[in-house]
Design a protein around this ligand. Structure first.
Ligand SMILES: Cc1ncc(COP(=O)(O)O)c(C=O)c1O
Length: 348
């Protein structure tokens, strides 16, 4: 069920993080059984952690306030200062976490160039030299991102991940999966999450993105790793007390994850609607989940003008680049909102 229309009839396509908790989530929050989770006494978060670990086929899980914190705890635990974290140039952990990996863990990045945000085993072999001279940067961690945000929500092919991760494990490099939107990938590709998580040492996913919960992410991995993660989370100020009120909303959102298919259908409809008017503005091949990237080159007046027209019509959207917009569908936008976007294009 849709939570509540945005104020003043605004249609907000900036991100899937803008959703408001549904009445079901709010009721679950009000009814949640809680306790002090720093003492491990919150039954609601404990149950959610067990459910999440089971769902991704890992031993244990830890609820964190954000995806960034979960990713950074993983980087901190897998690496030593001076190590390189292997990723594509536009990885969230590299570009959008405020330099946290350097600031908190003293690591640098080993970047593998890639046109489509995937890393083949050959590309990894060429870019890294795990057996190189001792004064090379030591690859301490390989990270994947699925779906890949900066590429427009594209799905990482499981076989690419399997081969790249096999290369990493041959060289005893641990693997972390940033699966902020892994459930979008799973639902869109009709593929169990374990097809990806089986090739990772640890992973995180977010409840606060497409799933629609107000707050929260889950770091998953081996039991001993998650035990250490609990200590690092506390050190970072992320030890939470009666956190069951948040876990209850996350749990309701998680149970409803099959609805992501509605967001994907809506993104497709939006992408096709724009492409039918301006074929060069959208690469439909990249519209795989809940994002649509619209390139200004393919529009008659460019992305900033389209952005201004949308804004005047009460439609919010973000810039993916200086001349490209990113639309994200989620549980608080619908077919009427898509029609509003297309009407703006028609009246330009
Ligand atoms: C791929 C990816 N990883 C991690 C994050 C970080 O999540 P949070 O905003 O909860 O810190 C995001 C946020 O959008 C993301 O898109």
């Amino acid at each position: 069920m849709r939570a509540m229309a945005f104020p003043d009839g605004i249609a907000d396509f900036r991100s899937d993080t803008v959703t408001r908790p549904t009445p079901t989530m709010r009721r679950a929050m009000a009814d949640a059984e809680v306790g002090d989770d720093v003492y491990r006494e919150d039954p609601t978060v404990t149950a959610l952690q067990e459910t999440a670990a089971g769902a991704v086929g890992m031993e244990a899980a830890l609820f964190t306030p954000s995806g960034t914190m979960a990713n950074q705890i993983a980087i901190h635990l897998h690496t030593r200062p001076g190590d390189g974290v292997v990723c594509v140039p536009t990885a969230h952990v590299r570009k959008y976490e405020l330099g946290a990996a350097g600031a908190l863990s003293g690591v640098t990045f080993l970047v593998v160039d890639s046109d489509d945000a995937t890393m083949t085993a050959d590309a990894l072999d060429a870019a890294l030299d795990p057996n190189g001279p001792y004064y090379d940067i030591r690859p301490g961690l390989l990270t994947w991102e699925n779906t890949h945000n900066a590429s427009g929500g594209t799905i990482l092919p499981a076989e690419v991940m399997a081969k790249g991760s096999a290369f990493a494990s041959e060289h005893e490099i641990p693997v972390h999966l940033d699966g902020a939107r892994i459930w979008n990938a799973s639902v869109a590709a009709a593929t169990p999450v374990t097809e990806w998580s089986n090739h990772a040492t640890s992973m995180m996913f977010c409840f606060s993105k497409g799933l629609g919960a107000p707050i929260g992410s889950m770091l998953c991995g081996p039991a001993a790793f998650i035990e250490e993660a609990r200590r690092v989370r506390k050190r970072l100020g992320g030890g939470m007390r009666q956190v069951g009120v948040l876990a209850a909303a996350a749990s309701a959102a998680f149970g409803d994850r099959d609805r992501l298919t509605e967001d994907h259908d809506l993104a497709r409809r939006l992408g096709e609607g724009i492409a039918s008017r301006y074929p060069d503005a959208v690469d439909l091949g990249t519209v795989q989940t809940n994002m649509v990237r619209v390139g200004g080159d393919g529009l008659p007046h460019g992305a900033p003008a389209f952005h201004a027209d949308l804004d005047a019509a009460g439609v919010k959207v973000g810039f993916a680049a200086r001349d490209a917009l990113r639309f994200v569908t989620h549980r608080d936008v619908d077919g009427n909102d898509v029609d509003r976007v297309l009407a703006v294009l028609d009246s330009a």
